[in-house]
Design a protein around this ligand. Sequence first.
Ligand code: C5P
Length: 330
Amino acid sequence: MSHLRAVPSGPTNPSCDSSSASPRSGSASSVRVEAPGKVNLFLSVGAPGPDGYHPLTTVFQAVRLIETVTARRQSAQDHGTVTLTLEEPDADVPTDASNLAVQAAMLLAEATGVGEGVDLLLRKRVPVAGGMAGGSADAAAALVACNALWGTGLPLPELSALAARLGADVPFPLTGATAVGSGRGDLVTPIMTRGSYHWVFALAEDGLSTPAVFRRFDELTGAGQPAMRDVPEALTAALRAGDARALADSLDNDLQAAALDLRPELAEVIAVAEDAGALRAIVSGSGPTIAALVEDPGSAQRVSRALKASGLVAGVLRADAPVSGARVVG
Ligand code: C5P
């Protein structure tokens, strides 16, 4: 249990009072950190273990949809709490202790013995519950921001170990770029890639629950659960060559059938994107976001237009990839 208290809704304009800093504290009164969302280029899922988690082999790519967490030193009266304020208050995101960014701050405080607390301000750009690890990016950003604000200075391997306790997808946005994930997806090994890739993301009105998609995967595969596959050589070769067409041929997501079973209309979204010239469109992670890989910015524009005109999607975002992991920007 952390000795910090989560306070549901943060003050609208938290004050910065560096006089309340503990002796080990960093010198800044606020630290701003950016962390990226992700798409899974490859996702092979095995049979669940006794803890309910599924072993994975995946390839993550960090995309330029960027979450921003600003960690601010607290005024004396808030001292010892963790508050979270949303930059856009209508975002459908909790601000209490169920928010992964709040949990991240509390976990880091507990692990390092910090007692001073923090006010977090969150700007969201990754779709909520969209299969793009936006909440995980928030947690990764909060870890890095508080680590700097509090002057705790944990190195990346230790932050990654804390991140894995928060959720399987939290370590990757610390590293960013392109990486193989194994274990629950939390053991991250960067891989070499060349070039830039262009994505169009089709957003759904309502999110999908990750556990529900994994459950449907289990139901669909039943006793005949497929053996986990290694990352195909063709995929790593395409990434090394910077060859988007070859990468498109290798994109593969074991959770796609489960997500389409829960949301059959997503198959139409994939068809619209591919008919408009996407090299390939797939479900992103556990969905319901559809990720369309396109050749160039011109094609991105055509695919975006077609998706918007289809009336099937709640929104469309464009992003290039890969981008770096969580980093201090101010
Ligand atoms: O780790 P995280 O809290 O993000 O996972 C959310 C849920 O997704 C888990 O409770 C589990 O149901 C499912 N999951 C899984 N296997 C994984 C990752 C997530 O079954 N490797």
